[in-house]
Design a protein around this ligand. Structure first.
Ligand code: ADP
Ligand code: MG
Length: 752
């Protein structure tokens, strides 16, 4: 059947050429495996050991499983009501039982005999309270004629591989194909250089394939996994090292601050002391900017650690050196706020050319999509002429008609909101040479993720918060306790009475443009509670009987609050569908203390900075992810007043959603929470190419667990690329690196 001579089989050979058209097509269709390499990298999910039966108690209904079990009973009978035969086979692992049913296959009774062992594959379901596999696929083990030779032979060793399989392609079918492929496989070009492999004691590619698919011992499995893990980390790190070295090869204009310039004047008038971290980051960035290749730096830090000041000081450095700096913000609200606060922090320094403006000062321009045409035209001119030294904006900055006189620095705030192409679009606006780039992340990320996801950037971290910050306390408020919810609004009133301000956050706006404005039943009772109507005839507030109810709507809640529990306070709304002038006006008034309670969507999630706000109520908190909650909560506790964050939820005690909220309530350490967030999003999603239809290059490697491997691989990769940037001496490596695909990072970022 094979059309390819065994020695010619390589990882890129098509499976149809080795296994025949029928089997080859089946593997493509059902498992998306097209080449020999695809199949060989379809690693076993687990192994069964000779003599060891599967723990039947652990089977979960709905899952496709393959179990090794022993036949404990067989009964065949004619069905009474319908004509036909049913064969029920009960298998056991020594304790638990599982029943298998076969319809109209009476002949199977002959060899399905009590005491025989076999592998049984199918989907677990329950029938009358018992777990069963309906007409499973199976193979029997043993030395006689009924046993499947190949499966038995697979047991020549101690272990047999169990593959991720489907209803149409059983694990033993995959095993059989793998075996055929392995038998025909010659020496393979190995992406890991031999010297490195030997030094680190790693298996060759071919040996590792054999060891992972047909292991004799657990040591084989371990050695194979170790090799694949290292390979995955290494290939990715080589790609990242190559990107770093490509950046280093680009020219850039060095930008050095003048000792008597804007930056110096700004530092003198700062109303507070920089933290040690801010000072250190400032020096690092200044050194980067002074070089003649572009800075590529990631600044990450705890929420509220003061990243903006670091960015502003970098921008002033560039302005001092005669260039311009652009700050790209993900939302209009945030862009407006940056514009306001930068203008305020600079004071007269931002009023060049105006009466009372400093002579060596500059101008700060704002460019957003919602501006009037006249305002835009003026701003575009100021940017093009260089009149505006600092330009703050949203995506509008990326448009083609925006040209800079001399763009020297691009700062991207809350980088996770932007795709890589957007960063590239802004960078392309450098006239003679690419500008320096500083990106800031909203949420701290674990070191290993920084090394993989942002591996082509240098990383700086701000770990301390400015002195004098009061702590934030977080409490989960179940809506099933009406008294607690009432207390929430009392607490808001108390804070306001002391001169503080509050945020109330809702997941949904609730205007005509929302889908499904109907209020499901369960949710109506929550609104009753809010209206103070008390409990509804013993009916529990909370989820509607079927499906997930719509979360509380912002517009509705704002009305209820200002008429009921928060009557007499100034309550206003802020959401993404308001016109930009409205958003700006509301934020200004909130910042000025003219609004007591701001009922908002997640437009305030990132960056919003009003130090007088001390309490935040998050409605339907379970609708938000861990990092998002941490970000939201970061809007309070930014001044000297202790913060209080109340997470209102109808998630049941003990549910995963509730556990997530409890975790957020238990710590304000963003690094810890981001780690938790990652774990919850499951490994594959981190660099998850799955949803883009591309397979992730990371299968064995865990960015959470394998910190050591990633760090080692990074060091090895850097050394190798330094010596051989084009990988001319490593063609096999070059090939897999090129095949890695354009950008694993985009996927991660888009999901944050
Ligand atoms: P984030 O890192 O979350 O972007 P910001 O840059 O918005 O944080 O800073 C949070 C708040 O802390 C702002 O009000 C800012 O003015 C203030 N701040 C920054 N640095 C210091 C400092 N060294 N001392 C006191 N307050 C500071
Ligand atoms: Mg910020």
């Amino acid at each position: 059947m094979a059309q390819v001579h065994p020695q010619d089989v390589t990882v890129s050979t098509r499976l149809t050429d080795v296994l025949g058209r029928r089997m080859g097509s089946l593997l493509i269709e059902k498992l998306n495996l097209a080449t020999v390499g695809d199949l060989l990298r379809h690693y076993p999910r687990r192994y069964v050991q000779r003599g060891e039966l599967t723990n039947l108690d652990e089977l979960v209904p709905g899952e496709d499983v393959t179990v090794m079990a022993e036949i404990a009973g067989v009964t065949g009978r004619r069905m009474r009501r319908r004509s036909g035969h049913i064969l029920e086979v009960v298998v056991t692992d020594g304790r638990g039982r599982l029943s298998l049913t076969f319809f109209n296959q009476p002949w199977r009774e002959r060899y399905l005999q009590v005491g025989r062992r076999g592998l049984f594959a199918g989907r677990v379901d329950t029938y009358r309270g018992k777990r069963q596999l309906a007409h499973p696929d199976f193979v029997l083990l043993g030395d006689d004629a009924d046993a499947d030779d190949e499966v038995v032979e697979a047991f020549a060793g101690e272990l047999m591989a169990i593959y991720p399989a489907t209803a149409q392609v059983a694990t033993w079918t995959i095993a059989r194909c793998v075996r055929r492929v392995l038998d025909g496989l010659g020496e393979l070009p190995d992406p890991l250089p031999e010297e490195l492999r030997r030094r680190r004691g790693l298996l060759s590619l071919r040996d590792a394939f054999v060891a992972v698919h047909r292991p004799r011992t657990w040591d084989d499995v371990r050695a194979a996994r170790e090799r694949f893990r290292f390979e995955e980390a290494f290939v990715l790190q080589v790609e990242l090292a190559r990107r770093r070295s490509a950046t280093r090869a680009l020219p850039a204009k060095p930008r050095v601050a003048r000792p008597d310039g804007l930056l110096a004047a700004f530092d003198r008038q700062l109303p507070f002391e920089l933290t040690d971290g801010q000072r250190a980051v400032g020096e690092t960035i200044a050194a980067d900017l002074a070089r003649d290749h572009p800075m590529q730096r990631l600044l990450q830090g705890e929420v509220g650690s003061g990243k903006t000041i670091c960015a502003l000081r970098a921008m002033l450095t560039v302005v001092d050196a005669g260039g311009q700096a652009a700050l790209l913000a993900p939302t209009e609200v945030l862009a407006q706020q940056h514009h306001r606060s930068i203008t305020a922090l600079l004071g007269p320094l931002a009023e060049r050319g105006m009466l009372g403006g400093a002579e060596h000062g500059t101008r700060v321009a704002l460019l957003t999509g919602g501006q009037s045409t006249a305002a835009r035209r003026k701003t575009l001119l100021d940017i093009a002429s260089g009149e505006a030294g600092i330009v703050v904006g949203t995506h509008a900055l990326l448009e083609e008609k925006v040209t800079f006189a001399d763009l020297g620095l691009v700062v991207i705030d809350e980088q996770h909101r932007f795709g890589v192409e957007q960063r590239a679009a802004l960078v392309a606006k450098g006239r003679e040479a690419p500008p320096h780039v500083l990106v800031m992340t909203a949420t701290p990320i674990p070191r290993t993720v920084a090394m993989t996801v942002f591996g082509d950037l240098e990383v700086s971290s701000l770990t301390e918060l400015p002195k004098g910050r009061a702590p934030i306390r977080t409490v989960v408020v179940p809506v099933s306790k009406p008294a607690w919810l009432a207390r929430v609004w009392e607490r808001v009133r108390e804070e306001v009475a002391q001169g503080r301000q509050a945020y109330v956050v809702c997941p949904r706006i609730g205007d005509d443009e929302d889908d499904g404005t109907e209020q499901p039943q369960g949710r109506a009772s929550v609104l009753e509670l809010l209206r103070g109507a008390g409990s509804t005839n013993g009916q529990p507030a909370g989820r509607a009987s079927s499906g997930r109810p719509e979360p509380v709507s912002l517009l509705e809640l704002a009305t209820i609050l200002s008429e009921g529990p928060l009557a007499g306070l100034t309550v206003e709304v802020l959401h993404g569908r308001q016109p930009p002038e409205t958003k700006d006006a509301v934020m200004r008034r909130f910042a000025a203390g003219e609004i007591d309670v701001l009922v908002a969507t997640t437009v305030i999630e990132v960056g919003v900075d009003v130090p007088n706000a001390s309490v935040m109520v998050i409605m339907d908190a379970d609708w938000f992810g861990v990092s998002q909650l941490h970000q939201l909560r970061g809007r309070i506790g930014r001044g000297k007043h202790p913060g209080l964050c109340l997470l209102v939820t109808d998630a049941a005690d003990g549910s995963p959603a509730r556990a997530r909220l409890d975790a957020v309530a238990s710590t304000t350490d963003g690094f810890e929470l981001s780690r938790l967030d990652l774990e919850q999003r499951r490994e594959g999603d981190v660099l998850g190419a799955a949803q883009s239809g591309r397979r992730s290059s990371l299968r064995m490697l865990s960015v959470i667990r394998d910190e050591r491997v990633i760090a080692d691989a990074r060091a090895e990769a850097a050394a190798l690329v330094a010596e051989d940037p084009e990988l001319v001496r490593h063609p096999a490596l070059r090939q897999v690196v090129d095949a890695l695909g354009s950008d694993a990072r985009a996927d991660y970022l888009e999901k944050t």
